[in-house]
Design a protein around this ligand. Sequence first.
Ligand code: PEP
Length: 251
Amino acid sequence: MRTPFIVGNWKMNLTLEEVDSFLDQITNKLPDSNQVECAIAASPIFLETLTKYCKNSPLKSSAENCFYKDKGAYTGEVSPYALSEMGVNYVMLGHSERRKYFNETNKTVNKKLKAVLQNHMIPIICCDETMTKQKTDDHMDWVVNPVAESLNGVSSKDAQNVVIGYEPSWAIGTGKSASVSETQEACCLIRKTIAELYDEKVASKVRILYGGSVNDKNVQELMQQKDVDGVLAGTASLKPKEFLKIVNYSK
Ligand code: PEP
C-alpha cells in the first residue's frame, strides 16, 4: 500500500511573517499522516522554522534543491548534510524551474540524489516530457531518459523509497493542468520504467506524483487514478485555506 502524498512547493514566495501565519493556520487541520502524508518544500531560509514546526505536526519538510557535496568551497550552495542535520525529510530535485534557469540536468540530479540518500533524506525527482532529446514514435518514451539517468547507480533498496513527480512544464503555474488520462498514462509509464530498471516489487513501492496547476477542484479526480499516488501543488500551496482543501481532498 502506497500512502498518498501531497507536497506543497512554496518556491521563492512568502515572507517569514507569512510562513509563521501559514503554519499557524494549518495547525490541527492536517490529515492523519497514515492516511495522507503532507509536506511543504521551502527555501533554505524558512527550513529551520519549518522543521521546528514539523516536530509537533504530521507535516513533513522538504528542501527545494541541494548541492551534491556535503561541505567545501561551494559559495552559495546548500549542503545536504546540513539539511539532514536540521531534520529535513525530503529534497526536491530537478524541478523544471531548476532545469530552465540553473541548467540542472539528469546527470546533476543523479549526483544530488545520491547525496540526499547518503544523508538519509528522501529525494523527490521531478521530470516531464521536455527533459529528453530522445524522440521516438511513442510520444511517451520521453520518460525513460530522465528516470533512468536520475537513478543511475542507485540500488533497489534505495530506489523503492524515491518519490517521482510528473510535472509537465507547460502545466506549471499556467492554470492549465494535464488531463486526468494524460496524467495516468504518464504516471503508469514512469512505473513501468521503474519495473524495467529494477523489478515489479520496487515499482509497486515507488510513489509517483502529478504536479501542474493542481487545485481543490481537480485534486480528487487526479488522486483516483491508479498510478497517481499524490500531487505537487505550487500556486495552490501558498494560501493555507487552499492547501488544506487539497490535503483534505478525501473528506
Ligand atoms: C510546481 O511548480 O511544482 C507546481 C506544481 O506549480 P503549480 O501548482 O503552480 O502549477
